[in-house]
Design a protein around this ligand. Structure first.
Ligand code: ZN
Length: 130
């Protein structure tokens, strides 16, 4: 997990956050052990803003990975993932996916994805549509 934390902190340094000034970094590990990281990227339209977690997820998925086993989110104050990121993560995580939230003081919280998002709207919900 120390590697994930280090990667998330490094990613946060690349944050494009001129509006909120909140630097967020995320790093994840896929099922085969590949690591991806991302930072938040804000946009003057605000609606075009993307969280660090989703940047990391999209980088992984765009490189052919669809199973995430661990995800770390770093902010100075230890912010958990927003609801939209939890929904996006539900497409590529399982209830057992480990989610780590870390802050600048080194305090870390660990959750299972199932704890963070117990009633996720997952792809299997669409199985009844044909
Ligand atoms: Zn988010």
């Amino acid at each position: 997990m120390n590697t994930l934390r280090t990667e998330a902190i490094e990613a946060s340094k690349k944050s494009h956050s001129p509006y909120s000034k909140a630097k967020v970094g995320s790093a994840l590990i896929t099922e085969d052990g590949t690591m991806y990281s991302g930072c938040n990227i804000e946009n003057a339209s605000f609606g075009g803003t993307v969280c660090a977690e989703r940047v990391a997820i999209w980088k992984a998925v765009s490189e052919g990975h669809s199973k995430i086993t661990q995800l770390y989110i770093y902010t100075v104050d230890g912010w958990p993932p927003c609801g939209l990121c939890r929904q996006v993560l539900s497409e590529f995580a399982t209830a057992k996916t480990q989610i780590f939230v870390g802050d600048a003081k080194g305090v870390e919280q660990e959750y299972s994805f199932g704890e963070l998002f117990p009633l996720a709207f997952t792809p299997d919900k669409l199985d009844s549509i044909s």
